[in-house]
Design a protein around this ligand. Structure first.
Ligand SMILES: [Zn+2]
Length: 440
């Protein structure tokens, strides 16, 4: 053993012993919550410990003294950070994104307050404008924004662009997707009204080339391209059908009122089904009988945009509460917002609380009362339970705290706040930084 190596080993041994003696093992500890983690088949009261932005332990009885900050979340549910698989966040009025920009919302305004840490933009941009989207929105958002590229090169710019068969190029779309692995996580086709299969076929070309799933909003209902052929022939197992309860394209069997043959055979061969409730894509007259007959969603998503956020959809927790009002268990609803959407877009590092995973979490309150839930034709179902986000953690730090459960009373001793930045985004600036700086 040479001397340099020996010194290095000795130094690190001293560091380890200092940690063991004095410093807490964890940055943040959420104690006594009911953990629902479908990825690890966890459903019970546990403590969740976080260190360096990662899940460090999920166990019962972890001592509060083991963390810089410990919060008692008794009576609340602790889940992986929610993943909204279908949103529109290419917000802005740049000349390259007209329609999507008009209807999109800025992600950070709508995510953390609903327990959401990751969103998937469903095709606002195509290969021509994805880099603009990435530069202006994805790279500047606190929310983790992933994207499905629209098979239309110009993206969702409105009818004139989205019906243009000459701007649907699987090869160029795949080439852009492959430049941004882990950010571009799928291919989207949407809003197409013609009789041709071109958008679906080119989306599958792109998806196959780039190793990504395709999500389909099947657009206008055309006899030349029936839903049965889409789900049993054109799409591949692992592709995603969104707006599953819209009833606009024969999702429902007219006799049984349950799922149509197309939907049943599609599910049997591995197509995923997504709610994407949106502004005009969810009807109780479909959802109630279909869920009753066992046709539940794989993923619970919003199709969030400026219309849907103010009409029946509102937010992902409202959509989940709707599904619970018609028969889904809380555990199924949580899986539909965490483990399942991560699996659909092949993001193995998200949607679960395995030790070592990214520490994204939602702490949810299940409220009891009388709540009304509406659909696209403005009919209502009443429910007795509604989910609300109390606390959201992204990359190991608290980013949303509805009732300030992390904060100390203003007139209590505040102690040493120098380590607060390790567990909260609301940490006060250190005294040297605060001096002489005007605070807003
Ligand atoms: Zn959409």
């Amino acid at each position: 053993m040479n001397r340099r190596y020996f010194l290095g080993a000795a130094t690190s041994a001293i560091a380890v012993s200092a940690r063991a003696q004095g410093q807490p093992r964890f940055d943040l500890l959420l104690k006594n919550g009911h953990v629902i983690d479908a990825g690890n088949a966890v459903d019970g009261v546990m403590d969740v410990a976080i260190k360096d932005g990662r899940i460090a332990a999920v166990e019962a009885g972890l001592p509060s003294s083991g963390a810089i900050k410990s919060i008692d979340v008794k009576g609340l549910y602790v889940t992986p950070g929610l993943i909204d698989l279908h949103v529109h966040v290419y917000n802005g009025t740049g000349e390259r994104n007209s329609y999507a920009g008009d209807l999109s919302v800025p992600p950070d305004g709508f995510t953390f307050r609903n327990g959401v840490t990751t969103v998937v933009d469903a095709g606002c941009s195509g290969w021509r404008n994805f880099e603009d989207f990435k530069d202006r929105i994805i790279d500047r958002s606190k929310t983790r924004v992933l994207a499905m590229l629209n098979i239309v090169g110009a993206g969702m710019r409105g009818g004139r662009y989205e019906q243009n068969l000459f701007d649907m190029e699987g090869g160029r779309t795949a080439a852009m997707a492959r430049r941004f692995p882990g950010v571009v996580v799928g291919i989207k086709t949407a809003h197409f009204n013609g009789p041709e299969w071109t958008p679906v076929e080119q989306a599958v070309v792109a998806g196959s080339d780039a190793g990504l799933p395709v999500m389909v909003d099947f657009g206008g209902d055309r006899p030349q391209r029936p839903l049965y052929d889409l789900l049993t022939k054109k799409l591949r197992p692992g592709d995603i059908y969104t707006h599953m309860y819209s009833g606009l394209r024969h999702e429902q069997d007219p006799v049984t009122l349950g799922p149509s043959k197309a939907m049943l055979e599609g599910r049997a061969r591995g197509i995923w089904f997504d709610t994407g409730t949106g502004g005009g894509s969810f009807k109780w007259s479909l959802a109630v009988p279909m869920v009753k007959q066992g046709f539940e969603p794989d993923s619970i998503s919003t199709d969030l945009h400026v219309d849907s956020m103010n009409s029946a959809t509102k937010n992902i927790l409202n959509v989940a509460s709707k599904m619970m009002a018609i028969g889904l268990s809380l555990q199924e609803a949580v899986a539909g917002m965490t483990f399942h959407p991560a699996r659909e877009v092949k993001q193995a590092g998200l949607g679960h609380l395995s030790v070592g995973a990214i520490a994204d979490l939602a702490v949810l309150r299940l409220q009891s009362g009388r709540f009304g839930f509406t659909d696209m034709v403005n009919t209502r179902i009443d429910g007795a339970r509604k989910l609300v986000a109390e606390l959201t953690v992204k990359d190991g730090r608290i980013v949303y705290d509805l009732n300030g459960m992390e904060a100390l009373p203003w007139d209590a001793p505040q102690g040493d706040t120098r380590q607060d930045g390790r567990w909260t985004s609301f940490a006060r600036p250190a005294p040297s930084q605060a001096d002489g700086v005007t605070q807003h």
